[in-house]
Design a protein around this ligand. Structure first.
Ligand code: GLY
Length: 369
């Protein structure tokens, strides 16, 4: 029996996350949604279509009224309204109606785009998440955030729209390339740092097993991470309060992501943003110096960067101000009161941000020294 977690929305069970080691149990899970009577559109990107597209299509063929497999080129640069428009066109051409079903097969970009297309096509059709990266399994497939980037700004257009099911095949994590895997790990670390010191300790204790991607350790890591996210999104599904804690590392992280033209992976930028936020937490006398350096150095064995070259700290500061995480012109900065307890701070100054960016900035002078 696969393990599962139920996510509640407005205090009622809304959807299940199923943790499995293959796709064999997917069809049985889908029976609850009367798929015999419905058309399904599998939405993948150019990577996941060749890896798992045919396997999922074969599984559904003959069990749904109709199945199509649609794909778009992989990469954050395709997380746009143009891709969503192309999905709408395909669904219209194939005569999909409100009873039909979208299935997101891929990482965060595929999940966010498919969710947004599902939220808006005919004012809303059901969708299911089959997350295939660590980042999408532990973070983006849960909690109903959907959307696209707009004009170079991350997730500027979107909707909260809950999936009907999240089915995670944990074994796919084995085949991820190193950069993708560790990029997702930045979000796992984030969950420990903001909400659960014992999970953070567990990550430290299981460092080698995680690096080796031992299946049982990965399953426990993904499940514990999802459980933290569950508790946060159930309490504050629309990010009116505590859900913003999940943005730890994202203010400076998103600014670096944009300054680098999305050439660095999301988790790599979030690791840098988390180090910067931990630095500010130390300077605000919440973390000790030892804790700050422990957090910073913890990213190293997971192949995540703790410094970055070729940025302009002033530009990063400016970019933090155009991020969505603002309230009445003031940045809602997430800091650590201690390991396992994050808080939202409205009093982070430009100087704090510049000092923190300089802390992670590896300049030409550093190189010469
Ligand atoms: N990834 C942050 C959130 O879901 O709120």
């Amino acid at each position: 029996m696969a393990n599962r977690l139920t996510i509640n929305y407005e205090k009622k069970p809304c959807y299940d996350i199923v943790f499995a080691s293959d796709y064999n149990g997917l069809l049985e899970e889908l029976q609850d949604f009367n798929i015999k009577e419905r058309r399904a559109a599998i939405i993948a990107d150019s990577n996941t279509v060749s890896l798992y597209g045919e396997e999922i299509k074969k599984l559904l063929d003959g069990n749904c009224k109709k199945v199509i497999l649609y794909s778009f080129p992989a990469g954050e640069e395709h997380k746009t309204l143009d891709t969503v428009k192309d999905i709408y066109k395909t669904l219209i051409e194939e005569k999909y109606d409100r009873k039909d079903l979208l299935i997101a097969l891929g990482g965060g970009v595929v999940g966010d785009i498919t969710g947004y297309a599902a939220a808006t096509y005919l004012r809303g059709v059901d969708f299911i998440q089959l997350p295939t990266t660590l980042l999408s399994q532990v973070d983006s497939s849960i909690g109903g955030k959907t959307g696209v980037d707009f004009d170079g700004y991350k997730n500027m257009v979107g909707a909260f729209y809950m999936p009907k099911l999240v089915y995670m095949n944990i074994s796919v994590l084995k085949t991820l390339d190193e950069r993708q895997f560790f990029s997702g790990f930045a979000e796992v670390m984030k969950h420990g740092l903001i909400k659960d010191a014992s999970f953070y300790e567990w990550l430290l204790d299981n460092m080698y097993e995680i690096q080796d991607r031992e299946p049982q350790v990965l399953e426990e890591m993904v499940m514990r991470s999802c459980n933290i996210k569950k508790l946060v999104v159930e309490k504050d599904p629309k990010e009116l309060g505590d859900r913003a804690l999940l943005n730890f590392g994202h203010t400076i992280g998103h600014a670096i992501e944009k300054a680098k033209n999305f050439e660095m992976l999301h988790g790599e930028c979030i690791a840098l943003g988390a180090v910067a936020a931990a630095f500010i937490s130390w300077k605000h006398n919440w973390l000790s110096m030892e804790e700050y350096y422990e957090i910073r150095d913890m990213y190293v064995p997971f192949n995540l960067p703790i410094s970055v070259d070729d940025i302009n700290p002033e530009e990063i500061l400016t970019l933090t101000k155009s991020d969505k995480k603002m309230s009445a012109g003031q940045i809602k900065f997430v800091l650590l009161k201690k390991i396992g307890k994050a808080v939202i701070d409205m009093n982070v100054t430009d100087e704090d941000i510049l000092n923190a960016v300089n802390e992670i900035y590896f300049s030409e002078e550093d190189e010469k020294a």
